[in-house]
Design a protein around this ligand. Structure first.
Ligand code: ADP
Ligand code: AMP
Length: 221
């Protein structure tokens, strides 16, 4: 096992806790955390053409088209910090993206997705999670006003940058994102179950408890 690349896909609806857990797991497993949502938000901040395109979809709670999303993630995975693998958060989100990822991994690393923790959570919890979410400007670290408050209000514990509330965390957009998840992303549960890599995790528990379940589920503890 030592030395072989490890790619872990965190699957679950918006607000399930993927970003929160990916940050911790990345440290535990020594793997890069690759979030497609963070990559799009970087492009928006940098005012690139891709950022302008993505913003239209993101503000409406829709998915950015597969071709541009796959191309962006492909470029990100070429960076040196992904030589040993990565924890993917928010990608893939459609069957076409999952197939593109399989192909990428086979061509570049000669490997497959190792594990897909599917973070399950009742829909009723998601809106509360997302409406209380505060995100850091710099690196996308996430907090929650009630469940995971920062030490200093309005500031990221890790890099000190200002926290903001994402536009797409408004209740109407959240409901649209959940619909899109159910239609386009939920089929990936079966996709990965059939490949024998899916592991179901109860996401409706305190953050540290979910981390423990994930570590156990990956046989990494
Ligand atoms: P995702 O990346 O799946 O959209 P996040 O990791 O950003 O989800 O979490 C959504 C919100 O819920 C954030 O405000 C985060 O602090 C909070 N959160 C994450 N995990 C838990 C948990 N286990 N219990 C309570 N709140 C959580
Ligand atoms: P997230 O940060 O994962 O909640 O993603 C925020 C938004 O970015 C989504 O609602 C989509 O509009 C867009 N996005 C992120 N990842 C993807 C993806 N893999 N495919 C398509 N759109 C994505």
């Amino acid at each position: 096992m030592a030395g072989s690349p490890r790619f872990i896909v965190l699957l679950g609806p918006p607000g399930a806790g993927k970003g929160t857990q990916a940050q911790v797991l990345g440290k535990i497993l020594g793997l890069a955390h690759v979030s497609s949502g963070d990559l799009f938000r970087e492009q928006i901040r940098a005012q690139t053409e891709l950022g302008r395109l993505a913003k239209g979809y993101m503000d409406g709670g829709q998915l950015v088209p597969d071709t541009v999303t796959v191309a962006m993630v492909r470029e990100r995975l070429k960076r040196e910090d992904c030589l040993r693998g990565a924890i993917l958060d928010g990608f893939p989100r459609t069957p076409a993206q999952a197939e593109a990822l399989d192909q990428m991994l086979l061509e570049q690393w000669g490997c497959k997705v190792e594990r897909v923790p599917y973070v399950r959570i009742p829909e009723s919890t998601l809106v509360e999670r997302l409406s209380g979410r505060w995100t850091c400007q710099q690196e996308g670290h996430v907090y929650h006003q009630k469940f995971h408050p920062p030490i200093v209000a309005g500031k990221c514990d890790i890099d000190g940058s200002a926290l903001y509330q994402r536009e797409d965390d408004r209740e109407d957009t959240v409901r649209q994102r959940i619909r899109v998840y159910l239609e386009q992303t939920a089929p990936l549960v079966e996709y990965y179950r059939q490949r024998g890599v899916l592991v179901e995790i109860d996401g409706d528990a305190p953050i540290t408890q979910v981390t423990e379940a994930l570590v156990q589920g990956m046989g990494a503890g």
